[in-house]
Write a protein that binds this ligand. Structure first.
Ligand SMILES: Nc1ncnc2c1ncn2[C@@H]1O[C@H](COP(=O)(O)OP(=O)(O)OP(=O)(O)O)[C@@H](O)[C@H]1O
Ligand SMILES: [Mg+2]
Length: 511
């Protein structure tokens, strides 16, 4: 069959050359004769070469975006190429766990659908125009050519192409290596033609199994995520954009960032880590958003440090009291940058971003904010509907400790657990600190040594907390005494004034 098609292709190209010569000289023939020649020559071409060809170009649209169809075909053919083609390009994805083969240029891959044969070829046009540009411009334009017999036009352009797109997308989801994007400073977008987002491959090992928190809470979050990811029809039915906002709040080291990684791994989504302090204004924020893809989690970490988003009322109160001192150097730098006002992103800009984005960019997106100070955020920012689910990440409970003990030491129970349970109930220690103590310091260190080191740390924390409590009590007592002294001093001044007044009155009376 391929041989016949090739022969047809050769005869077809000879005829095409003749048609080209005809196009030049047809002016010299009488009009009537011209019509006849054209009609019969086209019939002849269709007879000799009864195949239809469709090209799917890689770059489409004015901004030359990568066509989704091209990518889907490429993925679909990667599953066929391994058995059908003889020349491939290979790519190793997912830490060498799978090898993805794609067709090499001009390689032909046959395929069959409902007993009908089709052929795919990856072709490319080289752009001959030698435009001089400051930036490197790719002048290679690739396309997939699909060839099939004209009898099967309907089947191929309908069901077959649909089938290829669907399969291609599934392969893409299975093989794709997820990415962690971070936004580039906008000053580089124009001058260095930098893309808005740079990425590295996302390879965080955190999962919900390794995340230390209450089992019930964990299951609840997993259920919520699952419902969201499968909720395309549901969201369409209730007329809501297919997005969900999560607010993770709690002290440093309680696993907020770890939870985001676990969410991404659970859903198989990309992560867009949005650094707000480098976004100059609301327009830039919108532009960044438009370039995010479906199946992604957009993250804004430490939102209270990123921008002046804390709402007027809260801000005023804070100014009066004086700001709390930030100890984490990263958060401190963020806060300083945002205080320097290099960014003009406003609260309303961010609210528009959260509300508007989804309708503008299609669905299947999750947005996550993290903060250590939930009380500082403007209520408008975190109201339900914007941040649908508020999750408090808290100090380590005994249940959370058991997950960590299993992760780090491979133990489910131990005689020292009871002591640890009672110490955990009395102290505030973060999962990060517990994890640090459980990590064996050397290969020889056994389970017991690690657990004892945790007990020691817990006792230290307990002592420290008791000391702080005592100090606080002493301070409060001193404050109370001071206040009482002041009040009694004021009282005695009042009594003195009153008695002086009565003396004056008495004297006056006497006068
Ligand atoms: N709940 C948890 N489960 C498992 N590991 C945790 C948990 N919390 C903290 N850890 C460990 O502590 C380290 C720090 O945690 P993480 O970065 O997630 O804290 P965070 O809440 O994001 O802190 P910050 O507010 O400073 O950003 C992690 O690398 C992880 O190993
Ligand atoms: Mg964090």
């Amino acid at each position: 069959m391929t041989g016949m098609r090739e022969m047809g292709t050769n005869v077809g190209s000879v005829l095409a050359s003749l048609m080209f010569v005809w196009a030049i000289f047809k002016e010299y023939f009488p009009y009537r004769l011209r019509g006849h020649v054209e009609k019969y020559s086209q019939k002849l071409v269709r007879f000799v070469y009864p195949y239809i060809e469709i090209n799917f170009h890689e770059l489409t649209g004015e901004r030359l975006k990568r066509s989704e169809a091209f990518v889907a075909i490429q993925n679909y053919l990667s599953t066929k190429a391994s058995s059908q083609a003889s020349r491939f390009k290979a790519d190793v994805v997912k830490e060498s766990k799978s090898l993805v083969l794609t067709m090499d240029d001009h390689e032909e891959v046959p395929d069959e659908f409902n007993g009908v044969k089709v052929w795919w070829v990856l072709g490319k046009h080289i752009n001959k125009s030698q435009s001089i540009s400051y930036y490197p411009v790719s002048d290679e334009k690739r396309y997939f050519k699909l060839t099939f017999h004209k009898h099967h036009r309907e089947l191929i352009t309908g069901s077959y192409v649909d089938h290829v797109m669907k399969e291609g997308k599934t392969v893409f989801v299975e093989n794709r290596q997820r990415k962690l994007y971070s936004n580039n400073p906008s000053k580089n977008w124009r001058f260095w033609k930098q893309t808005k987002w740079s990425h590295v491959y996302f390879d965080h090992p955190a999962t919900f199994d390794t995340l230390a928190m209450e089992t019930k809470m964990k299951e609840d979050i997993k259920k919520d995520l699952m419902k969201f990811s499968k909720g395309k029809e549901y969201y369409a039915k209730i007329g809501k954009a297919w997005k969900r906002g999560y607010l993770l709040y709690g002290p440093p080291g309680t696993g907020k960032s770890t939870m985001i990684a676990a969410m991404a791994n659970f859903l198989n989504y990309d992560v867009y880590d949005l650094e707000l302090t480098t976004v100059m204004d609301n327009t830039e924020l919108r532009n960044l958003l438009i370039e995010t893809s479906n199946k992604s989690i957009v993250v804004i970490e430490d939102i209270d440090c990123s921008l002046d988003l804390t709402g007027q009322r809260v801000k005023k109160k804070e100014k009066d009291q004086g700001d709390e001192v930030e100890t984490d150097p990263v958060k401190k730098e963020k806060k300083e940058e945002s205080d320097n006002k290099s960014s003009k992103v406003t609260l309303s800009g961010l609210l528009n971003f959260i509300d508007g984005l989804w309708s503008a960019c299609g669905g299947e997106r999750i947005i996550v904010f993290t903060t250590n100070h939930v009380e500082k955020l403007d209520p408008a920012l975190i109201r339900r509907g914007r941040m649908d689910k508020h999750i408090e990440m808290s100090y380590c409970s005994f249940e959370a400790f058991k997950v960590l003990a299993n992760n780090y030491l491979d133990v489910d129970s131990h005689e020292l657990f009871a002591k640890i349970e009672s110490l955990l109930a009395e102290t505030n220690i973060t999962p990060a600190d517990v994890a640090e103590n459980l990590m064996p310091k050397s290969d020889e260190e056994g389970v017991e040594t690690s657990l004892n080191s945790l007990i020691e740390a817990l006792e230290e924390v307990k002592e420290e907390e008791a000391r702080k409590k005592e100090e606080e009590e002493v301070r409060l007592k001193a404050e109370k005494e001071e206040k009482e002294k002041e009040e009694s001093a004021q009282e005695s001044v009042k009594i003195d004034e009153n008695s002086a007044n009565s003396v004056v009155k008495e004297n006056g009376f006497h006068k």
